[in-house]
Design a protein around this ligand. Structure first.
Ligand SMILES: [Zn+2]
Length: 263
């Protein structure tokens, strides 16, 4: 399979709104759930950050397998790392070099100060400032000791603007809602949940998402743990890659911002 990352496939001159489809990957769990031992590592790591980030323990193994698969197919993707799931020093470049890009998966979002502290910590660990972020959890349950459960998109848009972000990718399920320019910050209210399709209106298929993306911008969300453990999710991603030419999310965002006016 040959896949190009050339963004000229937008054909901007001919189809101003032809925005395509990009891949957002949220890295929630560093160790996965394959064995009881892994579950314990996961919990201790996420709640207390006490486990070394060693590959020999299986740290990020699902994410690394997904990375190798996407890199092998030249598929662009943006990796949203939590501070608790950032790669070890030696692995950062393998997740950030083209066609990949890094972003923040934010947790402590109750106040701007806590959000800004997360951004600082992430920047120190990764060696670069994030330009985009998403939120860990959609407001339905507390996911770890330090996790802030509330999901308030308007507050996050404000935080993002104040901290100089380019975009915020939200957790809504109406994938066809489009992008919004909110004072310079690009707000993407919804995504297509590739590994949780029951969140969508019955009858929503991958084909309908691909079809919609021919004239509109769409973000598709995948979690490495479900890709790594569920054949169905793997098949869906493979099918998506076969059916469409994915764009880098940052390019997609920048293209949208250039062609839209801030209200
Ligand atoms: Zn998450």
């Amino acid at each position: 399979m040959q896949l190009t990352t050339d963004i000229s496939v937008y054909q901007c001159e001919n189809h101003g709104e032809d925005m395509g489809l990009s891949l957002r990957i949220d890295i929630d769990n560093p160790f996965g759930y394959a064995t009881f031992f892994r579950k314990v590592l996961n919990k201790v790591s996420l709640d207390f950050n006490l486990i070394p980030r060693w590959s020999s323990l299986g740290y990020l193994d699902n994410a690394k397998a997904l990375r190798d698969y996407l890199a092998g197919n030249g598929v662009p993707a943006t990796w949203f790392f939590r501070n608790e799931t950032t790669p070890g020093r030696r692995d950062i470049s393998t997740f950030s070099r083209a066609p990949f890009d890094l972003a923040l998966h934010a947790e402590r979002t109750d106040t701007f100060e806590n959000f800004a502290a997360e951004v600082r910590k992430w920047t120190r660990a990764m060696g670069a400032r994030p330009t985009g972020f998403s939120k860990h959890g959609s407001g339905d349950r507390k996911l770890s000791r330090k996790h802030v459960m509330e999901y308030d998109a308007e507050a996050f848009i404000g935080f993002g603007n104040r901290a100089g972000f380019e975009y915020f990718s939200g957790n809504g399920t109406e994938y066809n809602q489009g992008f919004q320019n909110r004072g310079g910050l690009v707000y993407i209210p919804s995504v297509f949940w590739l590994d949780n399709p029951t969140l969508h209106t019955p009858g929503t298929t991958l084909d309908s998402v691909v079809e919609f993306s021919r004239e509109n911008a769409v973000v598709v969300l995948v979690h490495p743990i479900w890709w790594g453990t569920q054949l169905e999710v793997r098949a869906q991603l493979e099918s998506l890659i076969r059916k469409t030419e994915l764009q880098g999310m940052r390019e997609q965002v920048r293209h949208f911002r250039e062609t839209s006016a801030s209200p």
